[in-house]
Design a protein around this ligand. Sequence first.
Ligand SMILES: [Zn+2]
Length: 72
Amino acid sequence: MLVKIKCPKCDTEGTISLLESSYQGPYRCWKCRGLFTIRLEDNKLKSCEPLSQEEFDKLQEIEALKKKFKRD
Ligand SMILES: [Zn+2]
């Protein structure tokens, strides 16, 4: 499913596709390229904190691994 996320930095709405109704992980704004770690519950944004590029890369790796394991 697709969930809308409003960027706290530039107020631009983006979307993220989720497998479940809750999510915690990286998000990148398509417009300002801002990096955030977001937490969603029941498709609603609960928290959103700025991330450094380094942290973002790390989180993306973890997310990619999670997806890989789910598929297997
Ligand atoms: Zn933005």
